[in-house]
Design a protein around this ligand. Structure first.
Ligand code: RIB
Ligand code: CA
Length: 318
């Protein structure tokens, strides 16, 4: 089977980093590039972390293009370090990357790659949607050329995690999300409704670390801070693998229950700004603009993730 070509647009971020590792451990996927964006931490660190995690996984051949450092309209969100640590990747101690980002800006890189290979490239935005929104505005032809967007973001039937009503990636740049949601590009949305069912536990991490490998150690060191946050704030025993779950749309789509819905985002700058909602009762009569993951077999996904991490850990030993 021909692997699916993907570019991950990302704000690493602990769970972002785990998504890179899952992509690299999955023969169903060809990770073409990473494009960095502001989000969990500032652009300097998200770009550095992208390079460093690729180096950890012996994947420095994969290009990293540096993207936007600020949202379109909102002020920069600087709350992510509470969840992801001041490094952005928890307590992991990765060496300074030897590689550098490419010269091209992420927006121009996305446009060039998408137009060069029509209907071949899928983009997986797992951070704020600033880069993707500006790429659409700069070159509207990508709307027809992009195969699909698989977005980690939003929440449909449950509350938010950045505000009581808004999920972080959308809350960090609601106007960018509005541009993307109404672009006409084929979208699959992976919201908190399903990612909160995909909890990696400390027992899972300890079992993985029976393998002596820098990969297993990174998973442990990176998730420590992340898990503490969930213990203190979300009453979860573990941490949600928000970003890695997007890749299951390629690796194991049978784990999901999808529904087609009209989904919009509140950009009114009031108390509910960034809130995403689906017209579940079809009241607006507006056509569906995305496929939404409404349910998932969360523990089956975690087991799949752990299997792939074990394989990757064994392939990259001390
Ligand atoms: O709400 C979860 C999302 O926000 C994830 O992408 C996480 O990395 C943060 O960016
Ligand atoms: Ca992210």
């Amino acid at each position: 089977m021909t692997p699916t070509k993907i570019i991950i647009d990302t704000d690493p971020g602990v769970d972002d980093a785990l998504a890179f590792l899952l992509a690299l451990a999955s023969p169903e996927i060809k990770l073409e590039a990473l494009t960095s964006v502001h989000g969990n931490i500032g652009i300097e660190k998200t770009t550095r972390n992208a390079l460093a995690v690729l180096e950890l996984a012996n994947a420095s051949h994969i290009p990293v293009a540096r993207g936007c450092s600020l949202p379109l309209v909102s002020a920069l969100n600087t709350t992510g370090d509470v969840v992801h640590g001041s490094s952005g990747i928890g307590n992991s101690k990765l060496p300074e990357p030897k590689s550098q980002p490419i010269e091209q800006h992420a927006i121009d890189y996305l446009i060039e790659r998408i137009l060069a290979e029509p209907n071949q490239i899928s983009v997986f935005p797992i951070g704020p949607l600033t880069n993707v929104a500006l790429a659409i505005r700069k070159e509207p032809r990508i709307v027809q050329a992009l195969k699909e967007l698989v977005i980690m973001g939003g929440s449909i039937k449950q509350g938010g995690n950045a505000s009581p009503l808004a999920e972080f990636n959308i809350f960090a740049d609601p106007q960018a999300a509005h541009i993307v949601f109404h672009s006409g590009i084929p979208i699959t949305l992976i919201p908190l409704d399903v990612t909160h069912k995909c909890l990696l536990t400390s027992e899972d991490v300890e079992k993985l670390n029976k393998i002596s490998s820098p990969i297993a150690r990174f998973v442990r060191d990176a998730t420590e801070v992340y898990m503490d946050f969930y213990r203190q704030h979300e009453i979860f025993d573990g941490c949600a693998l928000h970003d890695p779950l997007t890749l299951a749309t390629i690796i194991a789509p049978e784990l999901f229950t999808f529904e087609e819905h009209y989904v919009d985002v509140d950009i009114s700058t009031g108390i509910s700004t960034g809130n995403t909602f689906a017209d579940l009762m079809k009241i607006s009569k507006k056509p569906a603009n995305m496929k939404v993951a409404m349910d998932v077999r969360g523990r089956d996904f975690i087991n799949l993730f752990l299997e792939r991490m074990e394989t990757l850990s064994r392939s990259i030993s001390e």
